[in-house]
Design a protein. Structure first.
Length: 188
Protein backbone atom coordinates (compact mmCIF):
# COMPACT_ATOMS: atom_id res chain seq x y z
CA UNK A 1 0.00 0.00 0.00
CA UNK A 2 2.09 2.95 1.26
CA UNK A 3 5.78 2.51 1.86
CA UNK A 4 7.06 4.56 4.76
CA UNK A 5 10.57 4.53 3.26
CA UNK A 6 9.68 6.13 -0.09
CA UNK A 7 6.77 8.44 0.71
CA UNK A 8 6.48 11.54 2.80
CA UNK A 9 3.76 12.16 5.40
CA UNK A 10 2.32 14.90 3.13
CA UNK A 11 2.15 12.52 0.17
CA UNK A 12 0.47 9.91 2.37
CA UNK A 13 -2.03 12.53 3.57
CA UNK A 14 -2.79 13.56 0.00
CA UNK A 15 -3.46 9.96 -1.01
CA UNK A 16 -5.64 9.52 2.07
CA UNK A 17 -7.61 12.67 1.24
CA UNK A 18 -8.20 11.49 -2.34
CA UNK A 19 -9.40 8.11 -1.05
CA UNK A 20 -11.67 9.77 1.53
CA UNK A 21 -13.00 12.07 -1.22
CA UNK A 22 -13.94 9.10 -3.40
CA UNK A 23 -15.78 7.49 -0.47
CA UNK A 24 -17.54 10.78 0.29
CA UNK A 25 -18.67 11.16 -3.31
CA UNK A 26 -20.14 7.65 -3.22
CA UNK A 27 -21.86 8.43 0.10
CA UNK A 28 -23.29 11.70 -1.26
CA UNK A 29 -24.68 9.97 -4.35
CA UNK A 30 -26.30 7.23 -2.27
CA UNK A 31 -27.63 9.72 0.30
CA UNK A 32 -29.08 11.92 -2.42
CA UNK A 33 -30.73 8.90 -4.02
CA UNK A 34 -31.94 6.93 -0.99
CA UNK A 35 -31.80 9.53 1.84
CA UNK A 36 -29.50 7.16 3.70
CA UNK A 37 -25.76 6.63 4.11
CA UNK A 38 -25.44 2.85 4.43
CA UNK A 39 -23.54 0.99 7.13
CA UNK A 40 -21.73 -1.07 4.48
CA UNK A 41 -19.97 2.19 3.56
CA UNK A 42 -19.51 3.90 6.94
CA UNK A 43 -18.31 1.03 9.14
CA UNK A 44 -15.56 -0.11 6.75
CA UNK A 45 -14.56 3.54 6.37
CA UNK A 46 -14.08 3.87 10.13
CA UNK A 47 -12.31 0.52 10.61
CA UNK A 48 -10.01 0.97 7.61
CA UNK A 49 -9.13 4.48 8.81
CA UNK A 50 -8.05 3.04 12.14
CA UNK A 51 -6.05 0.30 10.41
CA UNK A 52 -4.31 2.65 7.96
CA UNK A 53 -3.45 5.19 10.64
CA UNK A 54 -1.99 2.40 12.78
CA UNK A 55 -0.03 1.03 9.81
CA UNK A 56 1.40 4.44 8.85
CA UNK A 57 2.04 5.92 12.31
CA UNK A 58 1.88 3.11 14.88
CA UNK A 59 0.16 3.63 18.21
CA UNK A 60 0.22 7.41 17.76
CA UNK A 61 -1.66 6.94 14.51
CA UNK A 62 -4.28 4.77 16.14
CA UNK A 63 -4.77 7.31 18.93
CA UNK A 64 -5.04 10.14 16.39
CA UNK A 65 -7.53 8.13 14.39
CA UNK A 66 -9.64 7.29 17.45
CA UNK A 67 -9.64 10.95 18.48
CA UNK A 68 -10.69 11.92 14.95
CA UNK A 69 -13.51 9.38 15.08
CA UNK A 70 -14.64 10.79 18.43
CA UNK A 71 -14.53 14.35 17.05
CA UNK A 72 -16.66 13.33 14.07
CA UNK A 73 -19.18 11.64 16.35
CA UNK A 74 -19.22 14.49 18.88
CA UNK A 75 -19.89 17.15 16.25
CA UNK A 76 -23.01 15.52 14.79
CA UNK A 77 -24.33 13.22 17.53
CA UNK A 78 -26.27 16.01 19.29
CA UNK A 79 -28.18 16.77 16.08
CA UNK A 80 -28.90 13.08 15.58
CA UNK A 81 -30.09 12.76 19.20
CA UNK A 82 -32.78 15.40 18.67
CA UNK A 83 -33.87 14.07 15.27
CA UNK A 84 -32.01 16.63 13.16
CA UNK A 85 -30.16 14.12 10.98
CA UNK A 86 -29.68 10.45 10.35
CA UNK A 87 -27.19 8.12 11.99
CA UNK A 88 -25.46 7.50 8.66
CA UNK A 89 -24.44 11.15 8.46
CA UNK A 90 -22.92 10.92 11.94
CA UNK A 91 -21.03 7.73 11.07
CA UNK A 92 -19.84 9.28 7.81
CA UNK A 93 -18.17 12.18 9.63
CA UNK A 94 -16.75 9.69 12.14
CA UNK A 95 -15.26 7.85 9.16
CA UNK A 96 -13.69 11.08 7.95
CA UNK A 97 -12.21 11.50 11.43
CA UNK A 98 -10.81 7.97 11.41
CA UNK A 99 -8.84 8.79 8.29
CA UNK A 100 -7.78 12.42 8.78
CA UNK A 101 -7.88 12.79 12.58
CA UNK A 102 -9.32 15.49 14.81
CA UNK A 103 -8.36 18.94 13.56
CA UNK A 104 -8.90 18.20 9.89
CA UNK A 105 -12.28 16.66 10.79
CA UNK A 106 -13.24 19.74 12.79
CA UNK A 107 -12.38 22.11 9.95
CA UNK A 108 -14.03 19.83 7.38
CA UNK A 109 -17.15 19.92 9.57
CA UNK A 110 -17.05 23.73 9.63
CA UNK A 111 -16.88 23.84 5.83
CA UNK A 112 -19.68 21.24 5.67
CA UNK A 113 -21.89 23.24 8.03
CA UNK A 114 -21.53 26.36 5.88
CA UNK A 115 -22.18 24.38 2.69
CA UNK A 116 -25.17 22.67 4.32
CA UNK A 117 -26.59 26.02 5.40
CA UNK A 118 -26.18 27.43 1.90
CA UNK A 119 -27.78 24.38 0.29
CA UNK A 120 -30.68 24.49 2.77
CA UNK A 121 -31.20 28.20 2.14
CA UNK A 122 -31.11 27.58 -1.60
CA UNK A 123 -33.68 24.80 -1.28
CA UNK A 124 -36.01 26.98 0.78
CA UNK A 125 -35.71 29.95 -1.57
CA UNK A 126 -36.09 27.80 -4.69
CA UNK A 127 -39.31 26.27 -3.34
CA UNK A 128 -40.48 29.71 -2.10
CA UNK A 129 -41.00 28.46 1.45
CA UNK A 130 -38.75 30.88 3.32
CA UNK A 131 -41.41 32.12 5.77
CA UNK A 132 -42.68 28.60 6.45
CA UNK A 133 -39.20 27.27 7.22
CA UNK A 134 -38.15 30.37 9.15
CA UNK A 135 -41.16 29.76 11.41
CA UNK A 136 -40.14 26.12 11.80
CA UNK A 137 -36.55 27.17 12.54
CA UNK A 138 -37.77 29.48 15.32
CA UNK A 139 -40.01 26.71 16.70
CA UNK A 140 -37.14 24.20 16.68
CA UNK A 141 -34.78 26.66 18.37
CA UNK A 142 -37.41 27.43 21.02
CA UNK A 143 -38.03 23.71 21.58
CA UNK A 144 -34.30 23.06 22.01
CA UNK A 145 -34.00 25.87 24.56
CA UNK A 146 -37.18 24.98 26.46
CA UNK A 147 -37.67 21.22 26.21
CA UNK A 148 -34.03 20.07 26.45
CA UNK A 149 -34.98 16.37 26.57
CA UNK A 150 -33.41 14.67 23.53
CA UNK A 151 -36.08 11.94 23.42
CA UNK A 152 -38.91 14.46 23.42
CA UNK A 153 -37.11 16.67 20.89
CA UNK A 154 -36.59 13.66 18.65
CA UNK A 155 -40.30 12.80 18.81
CA UNK A 156 -41.20 16.40 17.97
CA UNK A 157 -38.80 16.33 15.00
CA UNK A 158 -40.38 13.09 13.76
CA UNK A 159 -43.83 14.70 13.88
CA UNK A 160 -42.61 17.75 11.97
CA UNK A 161 -40.61 15.77 9.37
CA UNK A 162 -43.43 15.46 6.84
CA UNK A 163 -43.81 19.26 6.68
CA UNK A 164 -40.11 19.94 6.04
CA UNK A 165 -37.80 19.64 3.07
CA UNK A 166 -35.13 17.06 3.78
CA UNK A 167 -31.46 17.71 3.09
CA UNK A 168 -29.45 14.50 2.68
CA UNK A 169 -26.54 15.71 4.81
CA UNK A 170 -24.05 13.33 3.23
CA UNK A 171 -23.99 15.81 0.34
CA UNK A 172 -22.83 18.83 2.39
CA UNK A 173 -20.38 16.60 4.28
CA UNK A 174 -18.87 15.50 0.96
CA UNK A 175 -18.79 18.96 -0.61
CA UNK A 176 -17.53 20.67 2.55
CA UNK A 177 -14.84 18.11 3.31
CA UNK A 178 -13.55 17.94 -0.26
CA UNK A 179 -13.58 21.74 -0.46
CA UNK A 180 -11.55 21.92 2.74
CA UNK A 181 -9.09 19.36 1.36
CA UNK A 182 -8.72 21.39 -1.85
CA UNK A 183 -8.30 24.71 -0.02
CA UNK A 184 -5.55 23.23 2.13
CA UNK A 185 -3.74 21.63 -0.81
CA UNK A 186 -4.49 18.12 0.47
CA UNK A 187 -5.62 16.71 -2.86
CA UNK A 188 -3.15 15.50 -5.48
Amino acid sequence: MFSQEVSSPMADLQVVCVLVSVILIAAAIIDGWKLKVPNWLTFPMVFSGWAMSTYLFGWEGLIGSLIGTAVGLALLLPLYAIGGMGAGDVKLLAGVGAWVWGWVTFYAFCFSAVIGGLIALGMVLYHKKFHHHMGQFRAILTEILVVRDPNELSAMAAERKSTMMLLPYGIPIAIGTITYFACMGLLL
